[in-house]
Design a protein around this ligand. Structure first.
Ligand code: G4P
Length: 531
């Protein structure tokens, strides 16, 4: 094996996703604990946008600072180099999460066994399904009285549009939770309340042995036998290929806060999760083993110190080897760029790196040359596919309060929307600026940052719009006609694509029915794929 093959074989890059409060932060922390990347529980805890803090700017600033440090967490386990890409839990930052999902090779989805599938879970999974990202499901909080596990599995299949396959199975739940039976290892893992230490109480137990009755009690042993029989009858045997193709999600049960079920999850993850795979671009599919480097920016983070305008761009390496100080081709700007201090995120301390391999995420200091989705190569003109913009849900018009600072305001809005904080649409006449977001919090963040980082003051005027649809047509004349007819309901996104700004789903449906020659797209992805 060549060096690059070895390095690729070692890498696993993934994200943990969940509805807020299901236990993503806790699970992340426990995985890091197993990986030895942190020594004590509680270290990752602060990486949460406080759920109540919707207007505490300093809190937002502080959180932004923390989340740079914990945006990517790298640790070694069983000879693998594991990169966890953090995704903000707060709903208002969902767009950030969607984009991060384009930079991972797989995900672990955390479900709260009491609440089952929640709103955010569905939306996040939709994004995973769009690119067939392999998913492992962790059903958390088994120490609480939750739903019947079979019902939970049915709910997962129905609401998430994916088949599931349990690999561990709980013996009871809540106050009488005894542990999980590993269906492949045929071992019983006994549950203990254990918040800080990493240790297991495991017994190899054949289902039909009397030892099982002795250890878990006759009634529960019989229930387990019955359940397992049903599982083996209802669900197909687990097959790694169907998992890798995103069609079947293996399911584990546990209690993250008690370190329970986490090791089995991690072990299985190491065995089955995908290594960096070939990725589509607008020109061709790029194999990670290719000699030449390529990668794309999936996240941009502003410096938390407003006196320094520099930002950090997060680059996912897709092929070849990224080298410090080498010139690379910025395909959108058609210019050469080099980075003298790229850094990695090993053990949460920023370290300058000499090289990066496919699967790695590298932090690049940026003075404004990057936009989300930008691609770097060794000269080839290509653009990685699949950084879609999703329709925002809240739209407001941006009004400049200081005519002397128009330029600063323009620059600020431009840069903040490049970072992906929100989407900017221009509406005619008068070049009106409409900002669309998925949460109220972003408007406060933008207003605050415009003032503190760019010296520009603004106010917001709410709009009735609640959906944006990118519009295309095979007939350019029909498209122009539609745009003319809709007037101020048409905006242009940053790449000058026309977007229909609608009041409601109903209005979109009506316009879709009345205009069969116009295609309405809910994400901007169509254009990337179309090249
Ligand atoms: P999130 O990142 O998905 O938003 O969730 P987070 O890990 O912060 O967990 C949300 C809450 O659920 C936390 O309680 C956490 O301790 C708890 N939790 C996580 N795993 C389990 C589990 O296996 N069993 C039970 N019973 N609870 C669990 P909190 O009260 O918000 O925080 P804390 O004060 O306990 O730290």
């Amino acid at each position: 094996m060549s060096k690059i093959e070895q390095e690729i074989a070692k890498r696993r890059t993934f994200a943990i996703i969940s509805h807020p409060d299901a236990g993503k932060t806790t699970l992340t922390e426990k995985l890091l604990l197993f990986g030895g990347a942190i020594q004590t529980a509680g270290a990752v805890k602060s990486n949460k946008i406080k759920k109540t803090a919707t207007s505490d700017f300093m809190e937002i600033e502080k959180q932004r600072g923390i989340s740079v440090a914990t945006s990517v967490m790298t640790f070694e386990y069983n000879g693998l180099l594991i990169n966890i890409l953090d995704t903000p839990g707060h709903k208002d930052f969902a767009e950030d999460t969607y984009r991060t999902l384009t930079a991972v090779d797989s995900v672990i989805l955390v479900i709260d066994c009491v609440k089952g599938v929640e709103e955010q879970t569905e939306r996040l999974m939709e994004v995973c399904r769009m690119r067939d990202t392999p998913v492992i499901i962790f059903i958390n909080k088994m120490d609480r009285e939750g739903q019947n596990p079979f019902d939970l599995l049915d709910e997962l299949e129905q609401k998430l549009n994916i088949k599931v396959r349990p690999l561990t199975w709980p013996v009871n739940g809540g106050a009488t939770f005894k542990g999980v039976y590993h269906l492949l290892e045929k071992q019983m893992y006994f549950f203990k309340v254990n918040k800080t230490k990493v240790e297991d109480d495991v017994a190899l137990l054949e289902l039909d042995s009397s030892d099982l009755d002795e250890k878990v009690g006759e009634r529960d042993a019989n229930q387990l036998r019955e359940d397992v029989e049903l599982i083996e009858g209802v669900y197909d045997t687990f097959n790694r290929d169907t998992y890798l193709s995103g069609k079947v999600a293996p399911v584990f049960f546990g209690s993250a806060v008690n370190n329970f079920g986490v090791r089995e999850l991690l072990e299985a993850f190491c065995q089955i999760s995908p290594l960096p795979a070939p990725r589509p671009t607008n020109v061709r599919t790029v194999d990670p083993l290719e000699k030449k480097f390529s990668g794309f920016v999936f996240k941009i983070h502003a410096n938390i110190d407003p006196r320094h305008r520099d930002r950090i761009a997060f680059l996912r390496v897709c092929s070849g080897v990224f080298e410090r100080g080498k010139f690379y081709h910025h395909t959108r700007l058609d210019k050469s760029v080099r980075f003298s201090n790229p850094y990695s995120f090993m053990a949460s301390a920023k370290e300058v790196v000499e090289e990066g391999f496919p699967g790695d995420v590298i932090g690049l200091y940026d003075t404004g040359t990057f936009k989300i989705g930008d691609t770097l190569t060794e000269g080839e003109d290509l653009q990685y596919a699949g950084i879609p913009s999703f329709s925002p849900e809240i739209f407001k018009e941006l009004i400049n309060l200081d005519p002397m600072k128009g330029k600063q305001l323009d620059k600020g809005v431009q840069q903040l929307t490049d970072e992906g904080v929100a989407q900017l649409f221009t509406v005619q006449p008068g070049n009106r600026k409409v900002v669309g977001t998925v949460g109220e919090l972003q408007f406060e963040v933008i207003q605050y940052r415009l003032e503190h980082e760019y010296g520009a003051k603004c106010r917001w005027v709410p709009m009735n719009t609640s959906r944006a649809c990118w519009i295309t047509s095979e007939d350019p004349k029909k498209l122009q006609e539609f745009i003319r007819l809709k007037g101020t309901q048409i905006g242009y996104d940053k790449d000058d694509n026309p977007v229909f700004l609608a009041d409601s789903e109903w209005m979109i449906r009506m316009n879709r029915d009345n205009n069969p020659d116009i295609q309405f797209h809910t994400t901007s992805e169509f254009k990337v794929i179309a090249g």
